[in-house]
Write a protein of this length. Structure first.
Length: 559
């Protein structure tokens, strides 16, 4: 039976396992929406309040599943609103397939409404990996296949298809393509025995080895392989913020926390003192090589792609291909590592330093929460409910939680190291809630970043999603404020924001909400939120006096 171009796109998506399409409707998207309606039992259309947030939601699907999340928009401003979310996905290494309806081909070069050159805008390697205007209805399934594969091949990222209305509506005898077998094989390659042997020899020669885990190692199979490797060798481990969750509690004696951003954590100091660094799936946007490798350490890079090379990052050995499989082969080949007492003593010293930095001060404000009080409360609820997915928006709160909050499962701690975009938190939480309806999703945002996507509380309420949104309220764009104060002799400008009753805002959407000023009240509110699968918002009044110390310059000490 014949179908039109829009039907062909939807048939191809369904044949390759796509379950959700995030969208905001518009006239030029009509053919695709009608095609989706015909298949509504096989694929769910999630209607949102802003296209940028729809793009973030698709990115959340890509982050968690490793397969491209799908977003659809109308032409003109609908498609233009995707630029930030697609650039964020590409920078962070998350696969997204974006499809926009476009004006008919006959109107493309005329002064017609909603008619910018969208494919031209998107065709920048920092925004997408692939951007194309599709000219032939019969080619639509082929182009979906190529776009999909491009999104996951190499370092994952966003891809974009612009489809004129007449191409969507024209009839075709073609059928949707199924290409998941090819997609599944893209990351199955392994390095040869000689490369594995060279990597093992370099690791064995090291006196002070350290492992840096990055975002491209963030999956369950890689987590199992990493744990087996650490269990056998005893090599200490640090994680980037995005890679949080690869180790269980079993590995506390090997774990020295996170690295990155301000280069002032005990984990950074451990890397500084090492002589060999094993990078596992490290996207250098997470942790710039110039920060940690100025002294040209030996680097064994185990990864799916070759990252950006420069004078501080030329790996001595590159083990390229499937991270889990290659690391398993290294683990089989290597004998137990002889970690010296000297290096063990450095590890213990820095672990003690990390624990000290996490401690809640004895004296805190009576009417506002110290950031470490919030982290402590969240840690206790996560320890009690380890299936919780923690989602970060950008801001000072993200640094506190990224530095000190632990989770123990891969892809259960979501944040943006690439563009560090404000507004990703709630949309990603929505994605996670669709994929994990029986697990609590804990979304964290500051009062600045939360307002970038706060309208999606309407989406949370409509779908009754199992999300608790915590909002850190300090009435400032504080991440910018404290850096202005440090950089401009104590001056700040343009960073104050008016207080909004976030509790009342949430209630206006029909969502239960509370406002807290003490740790006891926060603990009670979290217990209430976890006692139900209904959404809840917790407005937390934060004492931000300590935030300026997030950027304290660390005197990295040689041990």
């Amino acid at each position: 039976m014949s179908m039109n171009g829009a039907d062909l796109i939807v048939d191809t998506l369904i044949k390759n396992g796509v379950k959700y399409v995030f969208q905001l409707p518009g006239g030029k998207l009509g053919p695709l929406l009608m095609a989706l309606k015909k298949r509504e039992k096989e694929i769910e259309v999630v209607t949102v309040r802003h296209e940028q947030n729809a793009g973030f939601m698709a990115q959340g699907i890509g982050r968690i599943t490793g397969k491209p999340g799908v977003v659809m928009t109308t032409s003109g401003p609908g498609a233009l609103n995707l630029v930030t979310s697609l650039a964020t996905a590409t920078s962070d290494g998350d696969p997204v397939l974006a499809i926009s309806g476009q004006v008919p081909q006959a109107k493309l070069l005329t002064p017609y409404p909603q008619n910018p050159n969208i494919a031209g805008v998107m065709n920048d390697s920092t925004v997408t990996k692939y951007a194309k205007e599709i000219e032939d209805t019969n080619a639509l399934a082929d182009e979906v296949a190529n776009a999909y594969i491009a999104s996951i091949n190499g370092n994952p990222g966003a891809v974009f298809m612009d489809v004129p209305g007449n191409v969507l509506l024209a009839e075709t005898e073609k059928e949707g393509l199924e290409f998941t077998t090819i997609a599944d094989q893209l990351t199955n390659t392994i390095s040869d025995e000689e490369t594995i042997s060279v990597a093992v020899d370099k690791i064995k020669q090291a006196k002070r080895p350290v492992i840096i885990i990055g975002a491209r190692a963030m999956d369950e199979l890689a987590a199992e392989a990493i744990q087996a490797f650490v269990r056998k060798t005893g090599i200490p481990v640090v994680e980037t913020f995005e890679a949080t969750g690869l180790l269980t509690r079993e590995f506390n004696e090997n774990y020295v926390g996170r690295v990155g951003l301000f280069n002032n954590l005990p984990g950074d100091e451990l890397v500084y003192n090492s002589d060999l660094v094993i990078t596992l799936g490290l996207n250098l946007v997470e942790y710039w090589a110039s920060v940690w490798n100025a002294d040209k350490k030996t680097v064994v890079d185990i990864d799916t792609v070759v990252d950006h090379l420069d004078e501080t990052y030329i790996p001595d050995t590159l083990v390229l291909g499937n991270i889990a499989k290659n690391l398993k082969n290294i683990t089989k080949t290597i004998s137990e590592q002889d970690i010296t007492d000297e290096w063990k003593a450095v590890i213990r010293t820095l672990q003690e330093k990390l624990m000290a930095k996490k401690q809640v001060p004895e004296t805190t404000s009576d009417d506002a929460l110290h950031p470490l009080e919030i982290v402590d409360s969240l840690q206790k609820v996560i320890d009690k409910h380890p299936d919780t997915t923690v989602v970060m928006d950008g801001g000072s709160h993200e640094v506190w939680m990224g530095s000190y909050l632990n989770v123990y499962q891969p892809k259960h701690f979501l944040m943006s190291d690439g563009e560090q975009t404000l507004g990703v938190g709630l949309p990603w939480a929505i994605s996670a809630a669709f994929l994990r309806p029986d697990e609590k999703i804990l979304s964290s945002g500051g009062d600045g970043s939360f307002m970038f996507s706060s309208q999606e509380l309407a989406t949370v309420a409509h779908y009754n999603l199992n999300i608790v949104q915590v909002i850190w309220v300090d009435k400032e764009y504080n991440m910018v404020e404290f850096q202005q104060e440090l950089d401009y002799q104590g001056q700040e400008e343009g960073v104050d924001i008016d207080y909004i009753g976030y509790k009342e805002m949430a209630e206006s959407y029909g969502i239960k909400a509370t406002r807290v000023r003490s740790k006891e009240a926060l603990d009670a509110a979290l217990a209430e939120a976890y006692a139900t699968t209904e959404p809840m918002v917790i407005e937390m009044i934060e004492d931000n006096e300590q935030n300026i110390h997030l950027r304290d310059k660390a005197e990295l000490k040689k041990y």
